[in-house]
Write a protein that binds this ligand. Structure first.
Ligand code: MGP
Length: 311
């Protein structure tokens, strides 16, 4: 028979009921239920469980050593670090001309802010004046703490922007990490996308902080190429939303830039299909809507007609 646990009877009953419900759901989905199978090759069931009986586990001893919010509500230490720290920035008509940060955050975890690079900040002074730094974070848990406390894009006022950038990079063309780069972006008419934009923005942020826009994850020892994505932006405008992915580099039209072009295009395709959920060949342009398209910052600055890459 399985080992006894020290859970009170009522808790044990509730735990069994929850486990059985979860397992029967699993059975419905898979047509079999491996977790309750009484097969002789299972290392944990030497105690001859009845058919359908569930092995009891001494959860207290298993939990020993794991400190969670339940054992210490203020200093629990289960954090899943991200590859890089990230900073959320925000602007809207209400932040313009204000010195104190005006953010849509009601509560957020505290991580020291990375230093803003002085030269880039100076070069982008006018542009950065109205953009307020909300918070920096470097773990999955802090990200969710932040996400659960900020206003989603669908409820932001018109002409507002969230900028989520890697620690130490400011959301400006002038930053050293952005100045040779460009952006993938898609424009989505507001009336048709009010219900999608929050999820699209969430998935875009998750792809950024999870560093999944590119196939090879960045390696701290430099054995993989430095990742190209520096930040992601969502913008609300009177009639549309725009989501953008900023990259460190932008390909020129020269033949020797083919490798970079392929990397940039693969980011765009990943954005279109895996993050936004469109089919690879789906046409998206229409009234107030654009394709997923790439433009270098240099061409954005010029404001003229420039050749865009489209996926
Ligand atoms: P935008 O906000 O990227 O475009 O840039 P949008 O949303 O089409 O325009 P909006 O008026 O609806 O906001 C708008 C303008 O802001 C640009 O033409 C630039 O003058 C300025 N600008 C934008 N960016 C991203 C930068 C930047 O990084 N640095 C500086 N100095 N100016 C910028």
């Amino acid at each position: 028979m399985a080992s006894a646990t020290s859970l009170p009877a009522s808790a044990m009953q509730a735990s069994r009921a929850a486990l059985s419900a979860a397992l029967s759901e699993n059975k419905d989905l898979n047509g079999s239920n491996d977790a309750t199978k009484n097969s002789s090759d299972s290392p944990t069931n030497g105690d001859n469980l009845e058919d359908g009986e569930i092995q009891e586990v001494d959860m207290e001893s298993q939990a020993e050593g794991i400190r969670t919010v339940f054992s210490d509500p203020t200093n629990f230490n289960v954090k899943h670090p991200l590859f890089s720290p990230w900073t959320l920035w925000f602007d809207s008509p209400s932040t313009k001309g204000r010195n104190l940060p005006q953010t849509p955050v009601t509560a957020a975890p505290q991580t020291p802010l990375p230093q803003t690079p002085g030269a880039a900040a100076a070069a982008a002074t006018g542009w950065m004046e109205d953009i307020k730094r909300v918070i920096s974070f470097d773990s999955v848990e802090e990200f969710w703490g932040l996400y659960n406390n900020i206003v989603p894009p669908s409820q932001l006022p018109q002409k507002a922007n969230y900028y989520l950038f890697k620690g130490g990079i400011i959301p400006a063309w002038e930053d050293e990490q952005n100045k040779y780069g460009g952006k993938w972006s898609i424009q989505l008419p507001k009336d048709k996308n009010r219900n999608n934009v929050d999820k699209m923005w969430l998935y875009t942020m998750l792809a950024a902080i999870g560093e999944t826009f590119e196939a090879s994850a960045p390696a701290p020892d430099g054995s993989a190429p430095q990742s190209l994505v520096t930040g992601v932006i969502v913008s609300t405008r009177p009639q549309f939303y725009r989501i953008s992915i900023w990259t460190r580099l932008a390909p020129s039209n020269q033949a020797d830039d083919e490798k970079l072009r392929a990397r940039i295009e693969s980011i765009g395709r990943h954005f279109k299909t895996n993050v936004l959920g469109y089919a690879e060949n789906q046409k998206l342009a229409g009234p107030l809507a654009t394709e997923v398209e790439f433009l270098s910052h240099k061409d954005s600055e010029k404001k003229g007609k420039a050749k865009k890459i489209i996926v």
